[in-house]
Design a protein. Structure first.
Length: 245
């Protein structure tokens, strides 16, 4: 995992990926009760963590990138216990948190595919299983890489607003299971351009389902958006929910 990509765009993240209230609405169907303990994996600058805390869910949140966590901490009121922010490798959550501690774990923002080996993805999923309480739920949001790979989709929709322009494209690497993710961020106020390339592990739906089941999860469901629409072949987002036995 590399944090250089996110460190370089951290202070503009709120303009690239603003808070999406649909995520909270979706999670209301996942969170078992008011006061349920949540772990937010790959929390970025913490917008979703703050929202969950506001709605009464004690939230622990972490990101691999220190710049993201610094911004999240800076937005937190000094007298607030939650969210609890820290920098952490997602593969090690079972070493950081007690067994069966959380009622829900969320991993949004295409975080999972920054783990470049399927073995690393399985390590995270198994660790999540360990720190979830019985019947606790894991929810993951990535992109629908089955569609992207099969159709050789080479670019994602441009994000363009008054603050930034964010262009995203893929390069398929011959004889490799990985892809190159190229981005170009233009800061409109200063005309600064920030270019990055990061490798991703474009895990397909069937492989993800296999790894979730291997870790012991059941009731695995897939959605194509945060409004609970069914996953279609051409859906760009992919949201998976599953439950610990």
């Amino acid at each position: 995992m590399s944090s250089n990509f996110y460190s370089s765009i951290a202070k503009y993240y709120q303009h690239i990926f603003p808070f999406n209230p649909a995520q909270v609405n979706f999670l209301k169907n996942v969170l078992p009760y008011n006061g349920a303990k949540v772990l937010d994996v790959g929390c970025a600058i913490g917008d979703l963590s703050f929202a969950l805390t506001h709605f009464g869910f004690p939230t622990w949140a972490f990101d691999f990138d220190g710049q993201m966590i610094e911004i999240a901490q800076g937005s937190k009121q000094e007298d607030s216990m939650f969210p609890v922010f820290e920098q952490l490798d997602m593969r090690l959550i079972d070493q950081r948190y007690p067994e069966a501690y959380f009622n829900t774990i969320i991993c949004f923002g295409n975080t999972l595919v920054h783990l470049l080996r399927d073995e690393d993805i399985l390590q995270f999923i198994q660790a999540a299983y360990q720190v979830l309480s019985p019947e606790g739920k894991l929810t993951i949001q990535i992109l629908n890489y089955q569609y992207i790979l099969d159709r050789k989709i080479q670019s994602l929709p441009v994000i363009d607003n008054e603050h930034i322009r964010f262009e995203r494209s893929y390069r398929f690497i011959p004889n490799s299971n990985l892809i190159d993710f190229d981005t170009e961020l233009t800061i409109k106020l200063t005309a600064q351009v920030i270019k990055n390339t990061v490798k991703l592990n474009p895990i397909r739906k069937n492989k993800l389902q296999e790894l979730l089941a291997k870790a012991g999860f059941e009731n695995i469901e897939f959605f194509g958006s945060f409004d609970c629409a069914p996953l279609q072949e051409s859906s760009l987002p992919l949201i998976a929910t599953c439950q610990k036995k």
